[in-house]
Design a protein. Structure first.
Length: 227
């Protein structure tokens, strides 16, 4: 299993099965901290920079709260219009990231442009966490969703998940990629004009099912149901 030290979290496409369970183990270890409404000093020497180019309530506050609970520090912006990265100045991602990397130890980014966090990572000397990029992915939300499913159902293999709505959304992409690492069935229900993109169809459960056919303990399947 690859180390998470200094690693970007940009997509669930390249997450391996063991890595999901390592994240879940870390969640179990840290869960008592917020449950007891206490702060610790685990990250007392670290600073999180939040760069949110799109509105967010749960993702931004959950990310910032987690850093505070671990004794770390938080700086950043939630409204790009109040920065040089906003509508008037349109500072490039490269220039913004080269500045932000000196203000903290990790950057959590949400952006309206698909692929923006990956672009930021190519210029950054500190890890980038993708907190949602346009129509791309939302890996942090799906990691949380899978952790919840595991705790509530006791497993991720052998379960069936119904996804209802717009399959072009970033969360749907991430859960599709994640499902390839488990014996999980996704039932997709969507309006005719909101079906999965061709890229998603070619690179998630269907392809994974074929590529893991020799390993019956881990395969994903997808059922497509236009509403």
């Amino acid at each position: 299993m690859r180390s998470f030290a200094g690693r970007d979290i940009l997509s669930l496409k390249d997450f391996e099965r063991d890595e999901y369970f390592r994240v879940f183990e870390a969640c179990d270890e840290l869960a008592p901290i917020p449950k007891s409404r206490k702060n610790v000093d685990l990250c007392k020497d670290k600073t999180l920079v939040t760069a949110f180019y799109q509105p967010s309530t749960r993702t931004r506050l959950a990310t910032e709260s987690a850093m505070h609970r671990l004794g770390g520090h938080v700086t950043g912006f939630a409204d790009p219009k109040m920065t040089r990265a906003g509508d008037f100045y349109q500072e490039s991602i490269k220039d913004t990231v080269h500045m932000l990397e000196y203000y903290g130890d990790v950057i959590a980014m949400r952006h309206f442009q698909q692929g923006a966090p990956a672009e930021a990572a190519s210029f950054s000397s500190v890890p980038i966490i993708n907190c949602g990029d346009g129509w791309g992915e939302h890996p942090t939300q799906i990691l949380t969703d899978l952790y919840t499913l595991k705790n509530e159902l006791g497993k991720l293999d052998g379960i069936r998940v119904m996804c209802v709505g717009d399959m072009r959304m970033r969360t749907m992409h991430s859960i599709g990629y994640a499902s390839t690492q488990f014996d999980m069935t996704l039932d997709l229900v969507f309006p005719p004009d909101m079906g999965p993109t061709s890229d998603w169809r070619s690179s998630s459960p269907r392809r994974a099912a074929a590529s893991t056919s020799g390993s019956p303990s881990r395969s994903a399947s997808t059922r497509l149901t236009p509403a």
